[in-house]
Design a protein around this ligand. Structure first.
Ligand code: HEM
Length: 487
């Protein structure tokens, strides 16, 4: 191509870009939006797509206040970062902020938004939530799986004794609670990709370039996952077809039964069953494994707290049995450790993004339809008006005041609140509390290679689950009678 045509193309491109930015700037000047770094979108965007955007957003919130507007590429993003604002977005005006923006992760890793997490607000998503409430996560169903959780947990506790005295990567054991190593590898990638700030989601006209290479990785992981899910569905169907009047035994059975139901308002297709199963796998493993890994890391840094927890366990449970789910309410200190971990290391520290579905006003500011909304849980967990010694790991604070984590008390809401609140919260909470309690009860923990607690690295990686940057390596030794560990 001749040099002149290149120059002409470049001139047209730059002129279009200029007009686009100018029109956006003028449009925004007309609106009454919250303070914060607004126009000159692309620049505003780039400094946030750093490695720890939740920390950058926290710093901006401290500077600009509890409601501010940012610009991620072509899209305005409103961030709420106080209990008051969280209540507005997720309680009083929840119905307006119940949408999810379209993202590459939703498109490429969840069968074109056919799962629950990335599905847009509408009848498909509402039906999915009804299925969660009535079928998948009803108290009866969750309780009926308690024996599976107990068996799997026991098998880990047994496996841990086999490598007693040698360094282990704790998270491998925690996630193997329900998955094989191969699906674990897929899940790590899936989680990372569902949490990334993909530039193309914010600046759609450069999406095709896939500048960070995320879309390519999303397509690859989703292909691998699809093979795995097809296999799971095939096995389940074979089991169902072999018996007349088969009674659903697990969540995939329930979903396959729902897919056969002719009375459903919207048919649940095969790819929908796969997408929901993937949500259950992803939600059911990574978030709880990461939370328990953070809790043990914090305790390794604070031997006094560790000791208090084991004293409580010895007193309430005694050394001749394991902790069961029904024991948890009698273990307030262990519960407080779980809460303090969720305050300091929240899963999805800025919320899974929501989408504003109609023009509205919040705190006197206009929020136009289509605005993306984040709530910085990270900032609320570090709000000096709510907590003292912000960065200190202090479970005692939860013994002093009773704070519920089920979406009622907005100081701490690991599962968020409102219509889009995590549907698996009761299961997630049980898994976290029971595994944490038994890991503390069953083992003495230490750091490998004479590492001191001060040397233990506590950096995180941004993502949907915000895991540790360096997985925790520890040494465990059994502390209960050996007969308890046998399978
Ligand atoms: C430690 C455990 C868990 C934590 C901390 C957690 C946290 C979250 C958070 C923060 C959200 C986003 C809510 C929002 O947008 O406001 C969410 C959504 C979701 N979670 Fe969980 N979760 C956990 C366990 C689970 C489990 C066990 C499952 C299923 C087996 C699950 C399935 C889901 C699904 C399907 C959604 C999407 C809901 C929707 O968009 O309507 N989660 N979770």
């Amino acid at each position: 191509m001749e040099a002149t045509s290149w120059t002409a193309y470049a001139a047209v491109f730059l002129a279009t870009l200029f007009l686009l930015l100018l029109s956006k700037y003028l449009l925004q000047r007309k609106l009454n939006l919250p303070p914060g770094p607004k126009p000159w979108p692309i620049i505003g965007n780039l400094n946030l797509i750093g490695s720890l955007p939740h920390r950058s957003i926290h710093d901006l919130s401290v500077k600009y206040g509890p409601i501010m507007q940012l610009q991620f590429g072509s899209f305005p993003v409103v961030v709420g970062s106080s209990v008051e604002m969280a209540k507005v977005f997720l309680k009083t005006m929840d119905i307006i902020f119940v949408g999810r923006p379209k993202t590459a992760a939703g498109k490429y890793t969840t069968y074109n938004y056919s799962d629950i997490t990335w599905s847009p607000y509408g009848s498909y998503w509402r039906q999915a939530r009804r299925m969660c409430l009535m079928e998948l996560f009803s108290a009866k169903r969750v309780d009926s799986y308690e024996y599976i959780r107990a068996e799997e947990l026991h098998s880990i506790l047994h496996n841990l004794t086999k490598i007693s005295g040698k360094p282990i990567l704790l998270k491998d054991y925690l996630t193997t609670l329900s998955l094989t190593v191969i699906s674990r590898m897929m899940l790590d990638e899936l989680f990372l990709l569902n949490g990334v700030l993909n530039i193309g989601d914010s600046i759609p006209w450069i999406d095709f370039m896939d500048l960070q290479g995320y879309v390519k990785r999303m397509k690859a992981v989703s292909k691998k996952f699809d093979k795995f899910l097809e296999h799971v569905l095939h096995e389940c169907n074979a089991k169902r077809n072999a018996v007349e009047n088969y009674v659903a035994k697990d969540m995939v059975d329930v979903l396959l039964q729902l897919a056969d139901d002719p009375t459903l308002e919207i048919k649940l297709e095969r790819h929908g069953v796969k997408a929901f199963t993937q949500d259950m796998l992803a939600g059911g493993t990574e978030s709880s494994a990461v939370t328990v890994e953070w809790a043990i890391s914090e305790l390794l840094k604070k031997p006094k707290i560790f000791k208090k927890a084991t004293e409580e366990l010895d007193r309430v449970i005694s050394q001749n049995r394991w902790v069961q789910e029904k024991d948890i309410p009698s273990l307030p200190y262990v519960e407080a450790i779980a809460k303090e971990t969720m305050r300091l290391h929240p899963v999805a520290p800025m919320l899974v993004p929501r989408l504003c579905l109609e023009d509205c006003k919040v705190a006197g500011y206009d929020i136009p339809k289509g605005t993306r909304v984040l709530v910085s849980v990270w900032t609320i967990g570090r709000d000096p008006t709510l907590w003292d010694e912000l960065e200190a790991f202090k479970p005692e604070r939860f013994l002093e005041k009773s704070i519920d984590v089920k979406g009622h008390d907005f100081e701490l809401w690991p599962f968020r609140a409102g219509r889009r609140m995590c549907p698996g919260y009761s299961l997630g909470l049980k898994v976290i509390q029971a595994s944490l309690a038994n890991l503390l009860h069953g083992f003495k923990w230490s750091l490998p290679d004479n590492m001191t607690p001060e040397e233990l690295n506590m950096e995180e990686i941004f993502g949907l689950s915000t895991p540790k940057k360096f997985p925790l390596s520890t040494v465990v030794e059994p502390r209960l009678p050996s007969k308890l560990y046998s399978v």
